[in-house]
Design a protein around this ligand. Structure first.
Ligand code: NAP
Length: 276
């Protein structure tokens, strides 16, 4: 990377940011296209978020991604927030246009692009999303547009009811579950953090799954849920595609250029020590 006085700076605001793979994929794409941009991780303590957002203007950064724990709390500091990010209640991408900061959420569209890339189509299917947190809100907004019915489940009933009630204002296919029988659905998606740690219980009972069902996890790696679903003959998809495609869409917002997706994917896989 050849940083000059003209280089446009993008990056990530998160806390922590040590484990992020985003710099790898964005910098690989900038370099491949010969774009004079670079992407840096910024560790932003929650108490410094407002100052950090003001610094986007002060330092004339081209834009940043926003991750845990700032996706929701960043909204009041922005000048405008686009419609989908407002609905979701979370921003993962900020674009700086001559000092005006606009917030976007590319997670949901990124997830949908990852599904279609894997030939998984929720259209007219019975779809379950386990978890009603930020990631679920982003994907449920788009899934509910396609699915015959979207079934939501979360152990946190307040979040569950809020998501269902918000979605029901724009769709008529939203259902809430008190308990889940995974055998009942065409497409099942884990949007809980269960599976990140080896000691986590399964978010869904895999013994009820059978061939013909599709099971997706938003977690980047092959989780015990996905291994169990594979053994039952289900199609599976992990969260790496969502990570990739939310980045692709953010890159496009900052640069106005569609990036080389395979270069970004390869960079991500190299960061995970996986073969491309
Ligand atoms: P979050 O805001 O913490 O939401 C997760 C929700 O799942 C919480 O409401 C939680 O309830 C609930 N939950 C926990 N255990 C459950 C269970 N057994 N059954 C049903 N619901 C349960 O987290 P998030 O930001 O939405 O992220 C969710 C997952 O998506 C994480 O694993 C994250 O790494 C992943 N993610 C991936 C990408 C990607 O690009 N691939 C992007 C964003 C997020 P409690 O609060 O009561 O525990």
């Amino acid at each position: 990377m050849n940083v000059t006085g003209k280089t446009k700076i993008t990056g990530l605001f998160g806390y922590p940011v040590e484990h992020t793979l985003s710099p790898l994929m964005h910098n690989a794409a900038f370099e491949h296209l010969g774009l004079d941009f670079c992407y840096l991780p910024f560790s932003v303590h929650p108490a410094s978020l407002k100052t950090a957002v003001e610094a986007v203007r002060a330092l004339n950064l081209a834009g940043v991604n926003v991750t845990i724990p700032h996706k929701e709390s960043v909204i009041p500091y922005l000048d405008t927030v686009n419609e989908e990010a407002l609905f979701i209640g979370a921003v993962n991408t900020i674009v700086n246009r001559e000092g005006t900061l606009t917030g976007y959420n590319t997670d949901g569209r990124g997830f949908m692009r990852a599904l279609s890339e894997n030939d998984i189509f929720p259209d007219n299917r019975k779809v379950l999303v386990a978890g009603a947190g930020g990631a679920s809100r982003a994907i449920s907004y788009y899934l509910s547009e396609k699915a015959a019915s979207l079934w939501l489940y979360d152990t946190d009933k307040t979040k569950l009811e809020k998501l269902a009630s918000d979605l029901s204002e724009i769709r008529d296919n939203i259902r809430i579950l008190d308990s889940v029988d995974p055998g009942d659905f065409d497409v099942l998606i884990n949007a809980t953090p269960l599976g990140l740690k080896a000691t986590d219980p399964l978010p869904l009972d895999v013994s009820r799954l059978s061939p013909g069902q599709t099971v997706c996890d938003l977690i980047y790696k092959k989780t015990p849920l996905l291994s169990g679903a594979e053994k039952k003959g289900c199609r599976t998809s992990d969260g790496l595609g969502m990570l990739l495609w939310q980045g692709v869409l953010a890159f496009e917002l900052w640069t106005g250029t569609f990036p080389p997706v395979d270069i970004m994917r390869k960079a991500l896989l190299s960061g995970m020590d996986k073969p491309a």
